[in-house]
Design a binder for this molecule. Sequence first.
Ligand code: MG
Length: 271
Amino acid sequence: MTPSRHTITAAAFAIIPIGYALAQAPQPRPEETEQWSPEPPVVTPGSAVPTPPPSDAIVLLGASGLGEWLSTKDKSPAKWRVEGPVMTVAKGTGNIETKRKFTSYQLHLEWRIPQGISGTGQGRGNSGLFLASTGGGDAGYELQILDSYRNKTYVNGQAGSVYKQYPPLANAMRRPGEWQSYDVVWIAPSFAADGTLKTPAYLTAFHNGVLIQNNVPLGGETTYIGKPQYKAHGPSSIKLQDHGDPSQPISFRNIWLRELTSPSVSIRSPK
Ligand code: MG
C-alpha cells in the first residue's frame, strides 16, 4: 500500500514531538550512580606482612618482571616500570592485562600509594583491579584501588568498592607509602548458549586482612554512567588500570593466583 500524502504528513507531525522530547530528555549523569553514605567504618589493619605465593600458585608479578603482562590497547609488551619486584604505573601508557586468561580464582595482590601523594577524591592514586577484562579500555569488573586514607569520595567509589555497585564493608586503608594487600575470591559469571546470564559473578575480598566484600553478586560489568549490565564472555585476562588522574603513580608487587576449577562448595554431612 502506498501511503497518501495526508498519511505521511500526519506521521511526520506525530514523529516531530517524539524527537523533540528525546532531544530535551536529560542525559544520564555519572553522579546519579554515586552513593555518599553511610561511610564504611574505619578499621586500622595489623602491620603489613607480605604473603608469598603458595606452591600451586601462578605468579603474575614476582622476580620475573612484566613477563606475564601485555598492554591492553594493542597487546604489545606492557610498558609499566619495573624495579626489582616492584612494578609502577607508567602514566599514559594505558592499562595492562595478563597474557593468561582465567575463569574463577583466588588472587593476592599488593599495592602502594606513594608517600606525598597529591590530589583529592577520585583524583588521588586511582587505579583498579579488573577481575575479568572483557574488552579494551576499562571494560570489565573493577575492584577499586584508590588512596582512601582520609580522602573523602563517594563510598561506592572508594578503595575496596566494587565500583558503583558495592561500598566496602570497612575502610582498612594504611597510610600512603605503606604496602596494602587485596585477597580476592572471584567466581566468574556463567552464560547460557544464547548469551543470557545463567549465574552472576560473586566476589569476596579482604583489604589488609579485613573483610570488605562478602560473596556479593555483581549486577554486571562496571559502568561509569548508568546501571551495570552483563554481556557474555568466557575466560578473561586480569587487568590493572592506568587511570589518568594527575596524581603520582602507584606501585604493585607480589601478585599471585590460584585457579579454582570447582568453585562451588558442596557441604557434605560427616559420616
Ligand atoms: Mg579506578
